[in-house]
Design a binder for this molecule. Structure first.
Ligand code: ATP
Length: 479
């Protein structure tokens, strides 16, 4: 179990220093587990979102996208089970007053055991925890914490309260007069916006089962464990797809989507050994099969995506609560039914963190005569915030004009960046640090023979190419 907290902290600092991610409202000392994306972070995030959207909608004839509102009728959350079930078992340390999610507390302790070389004990502990969580046996869970003498990281004591459930939804008031206002929730997942629109989309889009509805958007959860950067936020973004199928075919589609989604993750240029599936022992209230795709972050293997076979749980409940039929007439078998659903749900922010973790590198470039190093982000070119930096060697002799001309030709097609300040080596390093895959340098030769130097971020190799081929070279790499 890799746990490279130093690297994790280095990534967090790098994100702040280079305009990727800032703590929210930082001038007021920030807001716990809430973050803002800066100029390069928002480009990276958008590129990942677009890449997902293209894969899930444009490249598939039977999936369409929607954009539902964050606020929904309050009964939605009663029907979905979130009002009654969307809670986590928590425990408080009586000395520090710090609250923990029980599974996180035990997992943290298991990580410590692992580091101390007690891997077998850690595995047994996690297996015991899974069994007890599956039956919601809080008394035995508490015993497990006591017997292992698990301590609070703040107070260092094992003085724990009993385990209790806390609902994770944020609520607010709709309407201006408080007595008349309705309590509504900020959606804790985007999925319900898809379920309540199932018939609207099916009818207006004349969709035939099997078909999917995709959407990306914000979700809100009052998470207890903060301190994990954008891995666990209180306001975050999901990219979800609900795939509506004939009942009885769920096992086949569940396997299909497990494989498809793993293919997508691998297409991001991350090696297969960094991923694994984790099958759920304790199933959520809506699922008949579920697994996570986990990525090996610097803080260990953790979930980036969930794939759930949700049966007809959601549509059936919405039908019951709304008293509106949510059924589909299947002409192939001449029957009406409530479709079953297989869901793929990936966190956009967690994917950003995964891409950053995989791309972040500190390279030692020292030679016999001098020490040197660089920090670079080896983003796949299609996800990089900036694709091309155009750098005139000097601020004179007509070089900036040539550089501007290249930018004007390329900027309608992909994101470019112009910079003329500082020595060229320094400018290259700055571009490495924000993950720009290609830099071109305009020099005096460019004026004479219409060529320039292209420099590749990862290999640092340079070659001369004709100026009028630049657009085509870059476009080939970012398709
Ligand atoms: P976890 O067990 O880590 O709390 P979850 O199983 O509750 O996650 P799901 O409800 O399956 O998560 O949500 C689907 C995806 O949404 C997750 O795989 C994750 O990528 C993302 N996600 C969930 N909660 C958060 C959060 N608080 N911050 C950032 N991303 C999140």
């Amino acid at each position: 179990m890799a746990n490279d907290n130093k690297k994790f902290q280095a990534i967090i600092s790098h994100c702040k220093e280079y305009g990727f991610i800032f703590p929210s409202s930082e001038i007021y000392d920030g807001l716990s587990a809430v973050y803002d994306y800066g100029q390069w972070g928002s480009e990276l995030k958008k590129n990942i979102r677009d890449y997902w959207w293209k894969n899930m909608t444009q490249l598939r004839e039977n999936i369409v996208g929607i954009d539902a509102a964050i606020f929904m009728h309050p009964t939605t959350w009663k029907a979905s089970g979130h009002v009654d079930n969307f809670s986590d078992p928590m425990i408080d340390n009586k000395d520090s007053k710090k609250r923990y999610r029980v599974d996180h507390l035990i997992e943290g302790f298991a990580d410590e055991l692992e580091t101390k070389g007690e891997g077998a004990r850690a595995t047994e502990l996690l297996a015991q925890m899974d069994r007890l969580l599956a039956t919601s046996d809080f008394d035995e869970l508490k015993k497990l914490i006591d017997e292992n003498k698990i301590k609070c990281s703040v107070s260092g004591t094992s003085n724990w309260t009993d385990i209790r459930q806390f609902n994770l939804m944020f609520s607010t008031q709709l309407g201006s007069i408080s007595e008349e206002a309705n309590e509504i929730y900020l959606r804790p997942e985007t999925a319900q916006g898809i379920f309540v629109n199932f018939l609207n989309v099916q009818k207006t889009g004349r969709m035939k089962i099997p078909f999917g509805i995709a959407q990306t958007g914000k979700a809100f959860r009052n998470e207890i464990v903060a301190r994990q950067f954008i891995f666990r936020m209180r306001e975050f973004e999901q990219m979800e797809m609900q795939f509506f199928i004939r009942p009885g075919t769920q096992q086949e589609w569940y396997s299909f989507w497990k494989e498809e989604r793993m293919k997508w993750h691998l297409s991001l240029g991350i090696t297969a050994d960094k991923f694994r599936f984790h099958d759920h022992v304790k199933l959520a209230h809506y699922a008949d099969a579920a697994c996570d795709i986990e990525y090996e972050f610097p803080i260990g293997f953790k979930e980036v995506e969930g794939i759930h076979s949700r049966t007809d749980f959601d549509l059936r409940n919405h039908q019951q609560y709304s008293k509106k039929k949510l059924q589909y007439f299947d002409p192939e078998i001449n029957q009406n039914y409530i479709p079953y659903v297989v869901e793929t749900s990936v966190g956009l922010d967690r994917t950003v963190l995964m891409i950053l973790s995989d791309a972040y590198m500190e390279e030692d470039l020292s030679t016999a005569d001098k020490t040197d190093s660089r920090v670079l982000l080896k983003f796949p070119p299609r996800l990089a915030p900036i694709k091309l930096a155009v750098l005139p060697l000097l601020k004179k002799d007509g070089l900036p004009e040539i550089a501007r001309d290249i930018i004007d030709k390329c900027k309608p097609h992909f994101k470019c960046f112009y910079e003329e300040k500082d020595a060229i080596g320094k400018r290259y390093r700055r571009m490495d640090a924000i993950g720009t895959p290609f830099c071109v340098t305009v020099d005096h030769e460019s004026k004479e023979d219409g060529t320039l130097t292209i420099r590749y971020r990862d290999s640092m190799q340079q070659e001369r190419v004709p100026i009028d081929r630049i657009k085509e070279i870059i476009e080939k790499q970012i398709l």
